[in-house]
Design a protein around this ligand. Structure first.
Ligand code: URP
Ligand code: ZN
Ligand code: ZN
Length: 465
């Protein structure tokens, strides 16, 4: 099957050009001006006049079916990747979970079983490490060889995913040998638990106090600490879901002294704030960790994206229904499952708030949503660029169309939207995964099980010479 995408403007991270794209099978076969006039033929032609042609977006932080707080994140690999595709995201990297006391292998096998035969678009895995010991350290090497080269550890969630500094340092030392990458959830969970207990004891049990208890300085402290540990081990480190200027300051200072420190933020930290947590129990819809911050953090995060102190925007998609799941925390904010839906809306939110809002260029938008994630996580140039030989994961994107975000129309399997009623400019018209149309004009044309596991290589990109 040959498909010609004609008359569009190709937007890559390094520049834009008016050119056609020829897809042959699953990959991009040719790029050039007016390909039909040069004798190129195709089975189907998609007219992209007035549209961008961009590499499919890549979300490197999702949690399909994550067990949390006595329940499970609601999207499966089928519903979550379907929703991703509607939003122009053609690859996800999800977090497989090692349960305490179990092996990495058992966690990874469970995640392969959840995804295989169900995912609509391509997927990879990072590994959440809850236990660092001789056995799991040895398993890390094997996982790197199997295409799972990154490991998330936590200074948050004591008693659940938490690791102490010694464990984190041991895992970092191991990545110096095996080429892997440590991703850190950096908040001081021990200190947070003290403040949270104090708030509950004072009768402050509403969701708002989830945001109050998790001080920005606790995120800044932990971010600085884990970067220092990585410097001591001589390895790169990637800070996930960075929310606060305190943490950004730590990343910037580290980068300024030449440390291999990298970080992502998420749309919720750019568009939502502590105020959203404040509407009685309705605020539970916005409970995630780190929490939303006061609005004055937002311009600094945008500046961080412009200056490349933040390289990636991912979603941390981790949806729980308001009814029946978030409600587990009525009367005690500590029992609200942490996480938000977001995999469907990232590309449009970032286009609207970033490009239309005049904060970043369209090329930077493509970079932070697709190219940098591909580079950082060992998928480039197969993913993350419109180039000959790359997978034909492509989005024909209308930069002018407006749509209203709503739980009534979204495709994520969750009963609310954090952005209910927000109008965004920019929407995906046609989404292709490895050459096949998955979404066209709001209709699903994909297939459950069409998504393939992405065996990723260790990301040399993040290692300085
Ligand atoms: O609140 C969040 N972020 N839930 C998902 C788990 C995590 O820490 O990423
Ligand atoms: Zn986290
Ligand atoms: Zn997460």
């Amino acid at each position: 099957m040959r498909t010609l995408i004609a008359n569009g403007t190709i937007v890559n991270a390094d520049g834009s050009q008016a050119a056609d794209v020829l897809i042959d099978g699953e990959t991009i076969a040719a790029i050039g001006a007016d390909l039909a006039a040069t004798g190129v033929t195709a089975d189907e032609t998609i007219d992209a006049s007035g549209r961008y042609v961009i590499p499919g977006a890549i979300d490197v932080h999702t949690h399909m079916e994550l067990p949390f707080g006595g329940t499970f994140a609601k999207d499966t690999f089928e519903t979550g990747t379907r929703a991703a595709a509607f939003g122009g995201t053609t690859s996800i990297v999800d977090f497989a979970v090692q349960s305490k006391g179990a092996s990495l292998r058992a966690g990874l096998d469970a995640w392969h079983a959840k995804a295989e035969g169900n995912a609509v678009v391509d997927y990879g895995f990072h590994m959440i490490m809850s236990d660092v010991n001789d056995g799991t350290l040895a398993e890390m090497d094997q996982l790197v060889a199997e295409g799972i080269p990154d490991f998330k550890l936590f200074t948050a969630y004591p008693g659940v995913f938490y690791s102490d500094d010694g464990a984190i340092f041991r895992a970092m030392q191991r990545t110096r040998e095996n080429g892997g990458l440590i991703m850190m959830h950096a908040e001081n969970g021990m200190a947070i638990d003290v403040v949270a207990a104090d708030e509950v004891a004072a009768g402050h049990t509403d969701p708002y106090y989830h945001g109050v208890a998790r001080y920005p300085i606790f995120e800044g402290e932990a971010t600085n600490r884990v970067i220092r540990l990585a410097e001591a081990a001589g390895v790169p480190v990637y800070i996930v879901h960075l929310s606060a200027r305190d943490a950004l300051d730590a990343v910037r200072a580290a980068r300024d002294r030449g440390a291999m420190a990298f970080a992502e933020t998420c749309p919720q930290y750019l568009f939502l704030s502590l105020d959203d947590l404040g509407n009685g129990f309705d605020g539970a819809k916005f409970v995630c960790s780190p929490p939303m911050r006061s609005k004055d953090h937002q311009p600094e995060l945008w500046a961080g994206l412009r200056r490349d102190d933040l390289q990636v925007v991912s979603t941390d998609h981790c949806p729980f229904d308001f009814h029946g799941q978030k409600e587990l925390g009525r009367g005690d904010f500590r029992k609200i499952p942490n996480g938000l839906p977001g995999v469907e809306d990232r590309l449009d939110l970032m286009h609207d708030g970033g490009v239309v809002g005049g904060r970043i260029s369209r090329e930077r938008w493509v970079e932070i949503c697709s190219t940098a994630p591909a580079r950082m996580f060992g998928m480039y140039p197969r993913k993350g660029s419109v180039s000959v030989g790359a997978d034909a994961d492509l989005v024909v994107y209308d930069p002018d169309r407006k749509r209203t975000i709503s739980a009534r129309t979204h495709h994520m399997d969750v009963d609310y939207s954090c952005y209910e009623g927000r109008v965004v400019q920019g929407a995906s018209d046609v989404v292709l995964s490895r050459g096949s149309v998955v979404v066209r004009n709001g209709e699903f044309h994909g297939r459950k099980g069409a998504g393939r596991f992405i065996k990723r290589t260790p990301a040399d990109f993040v290692r300085l010479a």
